[in-house]
Design a protein. Structure first.
Length: 299
């Protein structure tokens, strides 16, 4: 007979994981629109990365000094912390925002929706862990939906140059999938890891600024504040904490399945906030992706 207390704890963990996964998806869904607005305001991907991690680190530094011994890596150690920062810190953020520079906001679904697909492939390759047949069907549908979205621009000439952004989104999905698997395997604490990623990313910012000159000096204060608050506080702090918590409570494979929610949020936000209305093909692709997510979630 099942222990009622253990069952209640398991249910509570699942609910917390579901809520955190949905919260991360909401933040990331609107992030694409905010990133596209940065292009209109004259900011570049490196500007956004700098604003994101300077703001996040400033907010988290007091907690890090109190929690992490040794600072800023804690019990994870330098090696694991540096690896996770490579895949989910400043390099990842630059790749993701760089994709938004070339492609419409709704194309960010390529990154968010590919995460469960890449995660499943990596988990199988690394650990031999196979997915249920129903989940595989869902993942195939996700790939088909992504093909509709990316294929329109590639083969019809719509959104000239969007393919460059699409490739960056594929790279971002791969980076985040590796991060999710490693964070779960190494049992990284959600808050500690959020602090570590933000602080260690500061070391990368000067290199990025040298490689790509910053444009912030020519942009208004309002545009800078928008990116600092959204990218720094919500994306840089809240979303990483929420996703890592979902990862811990649900496991990497199940947590990653929340990411296909992002396209629907992005489509609605991009249409309502910046006037980027998706085409019929993109909408069909989005529906196929959402269907794939539903099938995979029920597996």
């Amino acid at each position: 007979m099942a222990d009622p207390q253990a069952t209640a704890t398991s249910s509570r963990n699942t609910l917390i994981g579901l809520a955190c996964g949905a919260g991360a998806a909401l933040i990331w869904g609107v992030q694409a629109v905010v990133s596209r607005q940065s292009v209109a305001d004259g900011l570049g991907p490196v500007d956004i990365t700098v604003l994101r991690f300077l703001t996040a680190a400033a907010c988290l530094l007091p907690f890090g000094l109190a929690r992490l011994k040794p600072f800023p890596v804690g019990r994870l150690g330098w090696g694991k912390s540096l690896i996770l920062t490579l895949f989910a810190g400043a390099p990842f953020a630059t790749v993701l925002v760089g994709g938004s520079t070339y492609a419409p906001a709704i194309h960010t679904m390529i990154a968010s929706s590919l995460i469960p697909v890449v995660t499943a492939l990596l988990v199988y390759g690394a650990y031999g862990e196979t997915s249920p047949r129903a989940r595989i069907v869902g993942l195939v549908l996700i790939v088909a939906g992504i093909g509709l979205v990316a294929g329109q621009g590639l083969f019809t000439g719509v959104s000239d140059g969007a393919w460059r952004g699409d490739l960056l989104f594929v790279l971002a999905a791969t980076m985040w999938s590796i991060f999710g698997i490693l964070a779960k395997r190494w049992k990284a604490d959600a808050l500690d890891l959020t602090i570590t990623l933000s602080v260690l990313s500061l070391a990368v910012l000067p290199l990025l600024a040298v490689a790509v000159p910053l444009k912030m000096a020519t942009v208004g204060v309002g545009a800078i504040a928008l990116q600092a608050v959204y990218q720094g506080l919500l994306v840089g702090v809240a979303s990483v904490f929420l996703y890592t918590t979902a990862n811990q409570r649900l496991g990497a494979a199940r947590a990653s399945l929340f990411m296909p929610l992002v396209p629907a949020i992005t489509a609605a936000a991009s249409a309502l906030l910046i006037g980027e209305w998706p085409s019929t093909t993109e909408l069909i692709g989005m529906v196929v992706v959402m269907t794939g997510m539903t099938v995979a979630m029920r597996a």
